[in-house]
Write a new protein. Sequence first.
Length: 393
Amino acid sequence: MSQIPVARPVLDEREVEAVRRVILSGWVTQGPEVAAFEEEFADFVGAAHACAVSNCTTALHLALMAVGVSAGDEVITVSHSFIATANAIRYCGAIPVFVDIERDGFNIDPDLIEAAITPRTKAILCVHQLGMPCDLSRIVEIGSRRSIPVIEDAACATGSEILWKGRWEKIGKPHGDIACFSFHPRKVVTTGDGGMLTTANPDYDRKFRLWRQHSMSVNDTVRHGSKQVIFESYPELGYNYRLTDMQAAVGREQLKRLPEIVARRREIAEQYGRHLSAIAGMRSPVEPHWARSNWQSYCIGLPDRWEQPAFMQAMLDRGVSTRRGIMNSHLEKAYTGTTSHRIASGLVNSVRAQNETVILPLFMQMTDVEILQIVEAIQEGPGFADLATAAVG
Ligand SMILES: *Cc1c(COP(=O)(O)O)cnc(C)c1O
């Protein structure tokens, strides 16, 4: 029996052909393919501007800088996220201020944001965790009332949608000030590594383009096309956060597939939901009526008596790979320093989610037979037997 992985990127000859075309063109980094990818991505999410960068972590760094986050400032976010979310805040010399997630879900609890605001709060960095949109209408309302910019960590949310003033819109329009996406292979579409920033603000977009290329005053495309000698200058500190044209060419192919990928992922999630609702105490993820997830991950809350490691081992023994739920940054050694973060609310739900949840396999190529194999493995798990006995006893 072959092992079912947790995730699998959707890549074939179409991506190979796209990369081949770029390599043979002779222009291999931040050129015409990157420009085309940006335009197509902006169109897809309905954004005025899209700027490609090397990954989502660098996108978050530039987004925070653009809204003016600097040393000693505070940024309100969650501990319960991949560590890159909080790390990007620290790259600015700023302090991540952690609040808890909602009880039923993995996104920031909007009720806790206002109490965490201080005169030093420079931004709210919310996460669309596992592709599920967070409660943007409430978060954006708080941000605009308190004059605090909202940045969306949309690393996992390419292709997710939110009901906004009565209309379904793509995450990344953006609904906050800036949204940041990831194209790591663990996400729904991939360029190997890669990231994108979307915004309606042309000043932010101009800054992203400067900073991603060492703040060089003249970019390569302009210099290359010029009939006159141009000397560039470097007016401020910049970075090398470029995406290559090979990556962008892959991204363009992935974007074409995205609707089909999301549709299949939503079907699989629906099947999981139906099967798992029969298991007492199992907490399947629930989509709020105003959200449509791309189901980047399907993360279940185990019934009370089920042990996370034992359950995961039992699944592995039955040929099914799983992962524990999302981590908490504040529990990592990198976050032990006194200036590494501030905790602004209890983090009970965050810690509970890390210890009691498990991510099941979900990828487009999964067959209905594999879904049943996974569901049966869950039903046979030691936890299930234990629970059944408990119910009888
Ligand atoms: C994957 C991920 C990131 C980091 O993305 P990279 O492209 O790998 O830098 C940031 N935030 C969240 C929530 C993620 O899941």
